[in-house]
Design a protein around this ligand. Structure first.
Ligand code: SAM
Length: 324
């Protein structure tokens, strides 16, 4: 099973350092990653999706932890993209986990949609059917790094076929307002220089619905003292639908799609004709608060009526036998 000797894996880990994630690459041999707790949320939400046979996209894949788990769970095809380029690590990861996937580095988010469209078109040459639209998209740990989270959410939505699922994980604010807190508070920074906006839970809920996605489920973790109140890590699963799920008092949600720049940020037409069965998703409805009116998961009420997701240390490490 293990093509490499323990010593050569250790040497490779050293040569490819530094590592972001803690990953077992040979029995008992691990990379020295940061063991950040939020990956447990993404892993849990992947576990609740039935991914067998699906075409998946992992945006901001870093060292492909989510990508590997999707393949391990039977996804037919997974494409991982990232603005960074960790292609040099992929052969070792693929070999250790005995999975294959497509990884493309140096793809910044503003180029991602064009890149994926062109890739699909090129693959269609030679009579293969042209098919755009993923069944499942993972957008984990990305939104709080970008200058415009709304555009990035829209880019991801443009790649998702109707009935498909999007897993979003981000740093966020557990606040009832519809706001985004910038990384600078006036006298200090909350996170590091790579970080930008912390979206409030209700605003993320609103934007998911504005981009024609129904929030189905969510999990969260409080963040330790970062000098800003109510900071959380938030994981959400949404399903792509064909209109904005707006409540009666949200009549302007639909109208604001009439703005001149709307079609320049989100493209539902690209995945038209690629409708299939809704991707099955298993949620624990006892832990969810659904809206009375539109029956979607009310993200803010759900996180404030339940408990944080229980994270154990083994969920922060990708181990060779892991399937979720
Ligand atoms: C915090 S890491 C998340 C890694 C992984 N998805 C996870 O959940 O652990 C953020 C990832 O997003 C990528 N990223 C951040 N901003 C980006 C941008 N503007 N364009 C493309 N990728 C970006 C980074 O290179 C990095 O791999």
């Amino acid at each position: 099973m293990f093509k490499h000797e323990k010593k050569s894996v250790k040497n490779e880990i050293e040569r490819l350092s530094p590592w972001y994630s803690t990953i077992e690459l040979y029995p008992g041999v691990f990379t020295s990653g940061h063991m950040l707790r939020n990956i447990a949320l993404t892993r849990e939400l992947i576990r609740r999706c039935e991914v067998k046979g699906l075409r998946c996209l992992d945006i901001g894949a870093m060292e492909a932890v989510a990508t590997i788990l999707l393949k391990r769970r039977g996804a037919a095809d997974v494409i991982a993209v990232d603005g960074d380029n960790r292609a040099h690590k992929m052969p070792l990861l693929k070999s250790a986990y005995e999975v294959d996937f497509q990884y493309f580095g140096n793809i910044a988010l503003h180029n991602t949609l064009d890149f994926l469209l062109n890739k699909s078109r090129l693959e269609a040459v030679g009579g293969r059917p042209y098919r755009f639209g993923f069944d499942l998209i993972v957008l984990s740990g990305v939104l709080y790094h970008v200058y415009s989270p709304v555009h990035v959410l829209a880019t991801a939505r443009s790649c998702l076929r109707k009935g498909g699922l999007m897993i979003i994980e981000t740093a966020a604010v557990n606040d009832p307002g519809f706001t985004m807190q910038y990384n600078f508070t006036g006298d200090k920074y909350i996170y590091d220089w790579t970080d930008t906006w912390f979206i409030s839970a209700p605003l993320l809920d609103y934007f998911c619905r504005f981009f024609r996605m129904e929030p189905l489920d969510c999990v969260y973790l409080p963040q330790e003292n970062r000098g800003f109140r109510n900071l959380i890590r938030l994981g959400v699963v949404c399903r792509a639908v064909d209109s904005e799920p707006a409540a009666d008092n949200e009549s302007i949600m639909g109208k604001s799609t009439w703005n001149y720049d709307h079609n320049s940020i989100v493209r539902y037409d690209l995945t038209e004709g690629n409708e299939k069965e809704p991707v099955p998703y298993h949620r624990n409805t006892k832990e969810l608060v659904l809206r009375d009116d539109i029956k979607t998961c009310d993200i803010y009420k759900t996180i404030n009526s339940g408990s944080p997701f229980p994270v154990t240390e083994d969920r922060l490490i990708l181990k060779l036998h892991d399937k979720c």
